[in-house]
Design a protein around this ligand. Structure first.
Ligand code: BG6
Length: 486
C-alpha cells in the first residue's frame, strides 16, 4: 500500500550508507509501488555533483547493491527521475540555497531529513534546517547510530535535535530492529504459549547473544578507529537484542509499550564497577590471519594506525537485576574478522532436575534454544532423544528445526526497507527513544572508561578465529561454553 507523498532528504547522499543501504531500500519500495508519484529523494553532500552526475552515480550503485533479479530498466528510470541533488556544506549556515530552492513550502507533503553523516553534525544540521524555515509539523528527522560517543555527547545531541524537533518527530535508527528475524523474536516469545512459562530464572541457566562478522573494517577505518565495537555494535544492536530477549510482555505491541519495556531492561542492567570491567569484559583486536578464503591484514594495517587500541571484539558478562532474570548471566559478544558471519541468541536451559536413566549411555545435554538471526534465519531446539536400538537406553542429541526460508518460501526484505517506510508513516515503534539511547550509554560508559584507563590494550586474536582466549575464559570459568556453529 503506498505511503503518503514525501520528500526524503538524505544528508550524506553520496556516502557509504546512502549508496549501499538507503537508495537500494527506497528503490525496492518504489518497485513494489509504495512511493507515490510525487515523492522525491533529495540527496545532499559536499561532493559538488550536478543532478545528471548524481543520477549516473546512483544508476551504477543500484547495479552493485540491488540483486539483479530486482532491477528493471523502466523502474530504475522512474526511480532516478525522483532524485534531486543539492550541494551544500552542512556546517556552513549561509550556503543552503540549493536545498531551500528544492523545498518550497508544501503543507500536504511529509519531509524526512535523514542524517547519514557524523553525529557531531546532527545538532548543527537541525539548527540550520530550522533557521532556513525547512521544518514544520509534518517533518521528521532520522538519526543514524551511534548517537554520540558517550553519555554526555549523546545528551548534547539529543538536546540540540530536541530544540528543533519534538520527540515524536525524531527517529533514532537501529537497523537491527528492522530485521525480520529480530521482529520475529517478539512473535516467537509472545504469540506462542509454551515458551513464556520457561523464560525465566527457574528454567534458564544462561543466555548468549553473539553477533560475529567475517568482514574486517574495510574502507571504514577512519570512522571505526574512533569508535570501536563497543560503540559501533554493543551500545545499540546487541543491547537492543538483549532487551527484546529479556523484556516483560507489554499489554500490546504499540508505539510506546515495547520501548517502555526495553527501557526497564536497560535500567535493570547491573552497573559495571571497575572490578566488573576488569573481570567481566574482554576487548579484542584482530591481527593478520586467514579469513574469507585468504590471508588478510591485521586491524592496525586495515585502519592504518600502528598504535591503535581500538577494539574490534567485545565480550561481556552482564546481569539483568530483576525478578525474572536474577542469577541468569547474559553473555554477549561481537567481533569483526571472526570465523564466520552469524548472529544468534542461545537460551540454555537448566539440566533436568533428576537423572532418570541410571544405566543409560550417551549424554543428557541440557536443552538449548538457538535463535539464528542471520544469515539463515531459523530456530533450533536442541533436545535429547533415545537412539533407536533393541537393548538399553542410549541418549543422543537431536534437534527440532525451523528454517524461515523453507517455511515461507520468501526472502526477507532488508531492514532499511521496513524502517524507512515506518518513518514516512510516522510509526516509531522500531526506533530508539531518547531515554533508551541514554540508558544504554550510561551502562556502556564505565566500560569505555575502564578500558581507556587500563594499561593493557585489547587482547589480540588472529583474523578468522572466534576472538581472544580471554573471551573463552570469561565463560568457561563459570563452567559454560560459547555455542559455536549449528
Ligand atoms: C553497523 C555497524 O551498524 O552494523 C557495522 O556500523 C556492522 O560495523 C553492521 O558491520 C552489521 O550489520 P549487519 O546487518 O550486516 O549485521
Amino acid at each position: 500500500k503506498p505511503v503518503a507523498p514525501c520528500d526524503f532528504v538524505v544528508f550524506g547522499g553520496t556516502g557509504d550508507l546512502a549508496v549501499r543501504k538507503l537508495l537500494p531500500a527506497l528503490y525496492l519500495r518504489d518497485r513494489d509501488g509504495q512511493l507515490p508519484a510525487t515523492s522525491r529523494i533529495i540527496a545532499t553532500s559536499r561532493a559538488g555533483l550536478d543532478i545528471a552526475g548524481y543520477r549516473d552515480k546512483v544508476r551504477g550503485e543500484l547495479g552493485r547493491f540491488v540483486p539483479d533479479a530486482s532491477l528493471d530498466d523502466a523502474i530504475v528510470a522512474r526511480f532516478l527521475a525522483r532524485l534531486e541533488y543539492a550541494s551544500i556544506d552542512f556546517a556552513d549556515a549561509d550556503d543552503w540555497s540549493e536545498l531551500t530552492d528544492l523545498l518550497p513550502a508544501d503543507p500536504g507533503k511529509i519531509r524526512v531529513f535523514y542524517l547519514a553523516c557524523a553525529p557531531a553534525l546532527f545538532g548543527p544540521i537541525c539548527t540550520h534546517l530550522a533557521t532556513h524555515g525547512l521544518v514544520d509539523d509534518q517533518s521528521r528527522v532520522v538519526l543514524e547510530k551511534p548517537i554520540g560517543r558517550d553519555l554526555a555527547s549523546a545528551r548534547a545531541i539529543n538536546d540540540a535535535v530536541g530544540a528543533v524537533f519534538d520527540e515524536s518527530q525524531i527517529f533514532r535508527i537501529d537497523h537491527y530492529l528492522g530485521k525480520e528475524s529480530v521482529q520475529n523474536l517478539l512473535v516467537t516469545r509472545f504469540a506462542n504459549t509454551f515458551l513464556e512459562p520457561l523464560w525465566n530464572s527457574s528454567w534458564v541457566d544462561h543466555v548468549q547473544i553473539t553477533v560475529s562478522e567475517s568482514l574486517g573494517v574495510g574502507t571504514r577505518g577512519g570512522y571505526y578507529d574512533n569508535s570501536g565495537a563497543l560503540r559501533d555494535m554493543v551500545q545499540n544492536h546487541l543491547l537492543q537484542v538483549l532487551c527484546l530477549v529479556a523484556m516483560e510482555p507489554p499489554t500490546y505491541v504499540g508505539r510506546e509499550t515495547v520501548r517502555d519495556e526495553k527501557l526497564k531492561v536497560l535500567q535493570a542492567l547491573k552497573p559495571m564497577t571497575p572490578d566488573d570491567v576488569a573481570h567481566s569484559t574482554v576487548a579484542g583486536q584482530y591481527t593478520a590471519g586467514l579469513a574469507e578464503g585468504g590471508a588478510v591484514l591485521g586491524y592496525k594495517d586495515d585502519a592504518e594506525n600502528v598504535a591503535s587500541r581500538t577494539e574490534t571484539f567485545v565480550a561481556i558478562k552482564a546481569d539483568v537485576r530483576n525478578w525474572r532474570w536474577a542469577g541468569v548471566p547474559f553473555y554477549i559478544r561481537t567481533g569483526k574478522r571472526m570465523e564466520r558471519r552469524s548472529s544468534e541468541i542461545v537460551i540454555q536451559f537448566k539440566p533436568v532436575p533428576h537423572p532418570m536413566f541410571p544405566d543409560s549411555e550417551g549424554s543428557n545435554e541440557p536443552n538449548k534454544l538457538v535463535i539464528q538471526l542471520q544469515p539463515n534465519e531459523g530456530i533450533r531446539l536442541h533436545m535429547t532423544a533415545k537412539e533407536p536400538g533393541p537393548a538399553g537406553t542410549r541418549m543422543r542429541p537431536v534437534s527440532l528445526d525451523l528454517n524461515y526460508t523453507e517455511a515461507f518460501h520468501r526472502p526477507s526484505p532488508d531492514a532499511y526497507e521496513r524502517l524507512l517506510m515506518d518513518v514516512v508513516q510516522g510509526n516509531p515503534t522500531l526506533f530508539m527513544r531518547r531515554d533508551e539511547v541514554e540508558a544504554a550509554w550510561a551502562w556502556v560508559e564505565p566500560i569505555l572508561v575502564g578500558w581507556q584507563q587500563s594499561e593493557r590494550g585489547p587482547r589480540r586474536y588472529p583474523a578468522g578465529t572466534n576472538g581472544p582466549t580471554d573471551a573463552t575464559t570469561l565463560i568457561e570459568r563459570d563452567g559454560r561454553t560459547w555455542h559455536e556453529g549449528a
